[in-house]
Design a protein around this ligand. Structure first.
Ligand code: KG4
Ligand code: ZN
Length: 311
């Protein structure tokens, strides 16, 4: 069975081929350089770039496989930027009509969760920590068909907080990898900056905007006093606090739900400190390969294959 998958929910245009349960090809055209100029993703530009990129990626894909060998076309239905999703849907529909093969609509967040299943076996029941630019959730997966959100952010997503703090520190976009780098540069040194972790009514929910605001106030304070902003030290303290916070909340869920594996997913799962700390939490830990952490079509193909197996 061969699945062609298309992912255009945000600012990465990606097409992948899954053949006999293996990812044969996963091509990603990142738009980061274009959006970096504006300090964040501009939805209208993202849609236009997807239109340009997607046809180019298909040319690359056609070098690997003939379109008539494809059995299903999977695409990201939601959530994401409306215009960007539309490009993927229209493109998937056109291929589906041209080769007369069925379309499969995939939820982007299921894609992130199942990215862990590309190279590993998720043992159920499982708990997932999904951390991306748009979402921060704790998932309880009874089995492949039954995944419940048991906690989520009440305000900013983790990746969003990373990107906003990085912008305020003039580090660039996307902020996650840049703050991660500053963290390791500063690691081991003394710090005088302290951040507090927010409390939420529901134990598995998160609130990230408070940590972000504390950081912004600290930076403003340095600037108002015409002092140099200690960029690395602030980045260090921010990452330390955020990762501790995510790990503390997720540990509470592990204690309550007796699961057979835990899965880390989403763009922020590329974070070196988070991966390191997550690995200590359980005997069966699944962290996706770095190329499957941020948005990619391989995870959409994998989610489609799992859907077909169960339906
Ligand atoms: O999953 P993703 O590619 O897109 C969404 O579905 O949102 O996640 C993108 C997010 C961005 O906010 C980016 O800053 C963050 O993932 N990110 C990281 C790292 N690499 C990417 N955050 C922290 N540490 C990283 N190494
Ligand atoms: Zn994503």
């Amino acid at each position: 069975m061969t699945i062609l998958a298309i992912e255009t929910s945000h600012d990465d245009s990606s097409i992948a081929i899954l053949e006999n349960n293996k990812i044969l090809k996963n091509i990603i055209f990142s738009q980061i350089d274009i959006h970096a100029k504006y300090g964040g993703t501009i939805p209208e530009i993202a849609s236009r770039e997807h239109v340009n990129n997607i046809a180019l990626i298909l040319q690359e894909i056609k070098k690997v496989i003939k379109l008539d060998k494809i059995d299903y076309i999977a695409y990201t239905k939601e959530p994401g930027l409306i215009g960007a999703l539309q490009v993927g849907y229209l493109f998937a529909s056109a291929i589906s009509l041209a080769i007369n093969k069925p379309l499969i609509a995939i939820n982007h967040l299921d894609g992130h969760f199942f990215s862990g299943a590309i190279d590993n076996e998720i043992l159920y029941p499982a708990l997932g920590l999904l951390v991306s630019g748009g979402h921060t959730q704790i998932l309880y997966a009874e089995n492949e068909n039954n995944i419940k959100i048991i906690g989520e952010t009440l305000d900013d997503a983790v990746g969003e907080a990373y990107d906003k703090v990085a912008r305020k520190l003039n580090l660039g976009f996307p902020g996650g990898p840049l703050i991660d780098k500053e963290y390791w540069n500063y690691s081991g040194k003394r710090t005088s900056i302290k951040l507090t972790k927010p409390k939420t009514e529901e134990i598995y929910d998160f609130s990230l905007s408070g940590i972000k605001t504390q950081v912004i106030n600290i930076i403003n304070n340095f600037e108002n006093r015409k002092l140099n902003v200690p960029v690395s030290e602030i980045a260090y303290e921010f990452q330390k606090t955020v990762v501790e916070y995510l790990i503390e909340k997720f540990s509470l869920a592990i204690k309550h739900y007796q699961v057979n594996s835990i899965v880390l997913a989403g763009g922020v799962s590329a974070n070196k400190l988070l991966r390191q700390e997550f690995l200590k939490l359980h005997k069966n830990v699944i962290t996706p390969d770095l190329k499957y952490c941020t948005d990619n079509a391989a995870m959409i193909a994998k989610a489609a294959q799992i859907y077909l197996k169960n339906n």
